[in-house]
Design a protein around this ligand. Structure first.
Ligand code: ADP
Ligand code: ADP
Ligand code: ZN
Length: 216
C-alpha cells in the first residue's frame, strides 16, 4: 500500500506517518526530513536548501524530486510507503506520476488531513522532537510519558526546528494555500482522495486512517 498524506504544515502528517510505520511497517518518506539531513550534512543540496527552508519557502521542484527519486530506489519502500510533504506543487505531482510509472509503483490513496488554520500556528510553535530518534512531541498535545524523557529511546535531549516560529509558519501557510492545496483536484479526478478530520485527537486520526487503509 502506497499513500500520500496531504495537509498544511502542522496538520499531523509526520505524527501519523510515524504511527503507520510502527503499526504496519510502511516506510515514511518525508522530503522535509531528507532536506534537513542534507542541510545537517552540508551537502550541495543542503547548502542550497538551508536559507529557503528558514524563510518558509519551497525548495526547487528539481532538487526535491531528485532526492525523492533516489530514495524510492531503496529496497525498503517495497514494503509500502507514506509520502509526507511531497508533492507540494503541481509540477511535483506530475513528476511523481512519472517516477512511479518508471519504477513500476502506484498510489492507493491520497489522505487529506483537514485542519483549521488557527490551530496550525499553535501546533507548530509547540512542536519539538527527540534529538536522538526523531520522535515528535508537543508542549501541550503530546508530552512524553515521563517528563524530559523520550518515550521511544529514553534520550533526554530534544530539539526544535529553526523554521517552527510564527513568522515562518505564516509564510509556509501562504505557500501551502497557493501551491499545494491546488493539487487536490488532480487526485480527486483520479478518485484517490479520502478526507480525514485532522482536528481530532492523534489516536482518533490514526483510527480513521487505518479504517481507510483496511477498506472499512
Ligand atoms: P506535519 O508533519 O503535518 O507538519 P506534525 O505531525 O509534526 O505535523 O504535527 C505538528 C505538531 O502537532 C506536533 O507537535 C504534534 O505532536 C502535534 N499534533 C499532531 N497531530 C495532532 C492532533 N491530532 N492533535 C493535537 N496535536 C497534534
Ligand atoms: P511541515 O510539514 O512542517 O511543513 P516539512 O518538514 O514537510 O514541514 O518541510 C519543511 C521545509 O522543507 C518546507 O517549508 C520547505 O522549505 C522544504 N520542503 C519539504 N518538502 C518539500 C517539497 N516537497 N517541495 C519543496 N520544498 C519542500
Ligand atoms: Zn527518542
Amino acid at each position: 500500500m502506497n499513500i500520500i498524506l496531504l495537509g498544511p504544515p502542522g496538520a499531523g502528517k509526520g505524527t501519523q506517518a510515524s504511527r503507520l510505520n510502527a503499526e504496519r511497517g510502511m516506510v515514511q518518506l518525508s522530503t522535509g526530513d531528507m532536506l534537513r539531513a542534507a542541510v545537517a550534512a552540508g551537502t550541495p543540496v543542503g547548502l542550497k536548501a538551508k536559507a529557503v527552508m528558514e524563510a518558509g519557502e519551497l525548495v526547487s521542484d528539481e532538487i526535491v524530486t531528485g532526492i525523492l527519486s533516489e530514495r524510492l530506489d531503496q529496497p525498503d519502500v517495497k514494503q509500502g510507503f507514506i509520502l509526507d510533504g511531497y508533492p507540494r506543487t503541481a509540477t511535483q505531482a506530475e513528476s511523481l506520476e512519472r517516477l512511479l510509472a518508471e519504477k513500476g509503483m502506484a498510489l492507493d490513496y491520497v489522505i487529506e488531513l483537514a485542519v483549521d488554520e488557527e490551530a496550525l500556528v499553535d501546533r507548530i510553535t509547540g512542536r519539538y522532537s527527540c534529538a536522538k530518534c526523531g520522535e515528535g512531541y508537543h508542549d501541550r498535545y503530546k508530552q512524553p510519558k515521563v517528563a524530559g524523557t523520550c518515550d521511544v529511546c529514553g534520550s533526554h535531549e530534544f530539539k526544535r526546528r529553526p523554521d517552527d516560529n510564527e513568522a515562518t509558519v505564516r509564510n509556509r501557510l501562504v505557500e501551502y494555500r497557493a501551491k499545494t492545496a491546488p493539487i487536490l483536484p488532480f487526485y480527486e479526478a483520479k478518485g484517490l482522495v479520502r478526507r480525514v478530520d485532522g482536528m481530532a485527537p492523534i489516536g482518533e486520526v490514526n483510527t480513521a486512517i487505518e479504517a481507510i487503509l483496511d477498506g472499512r
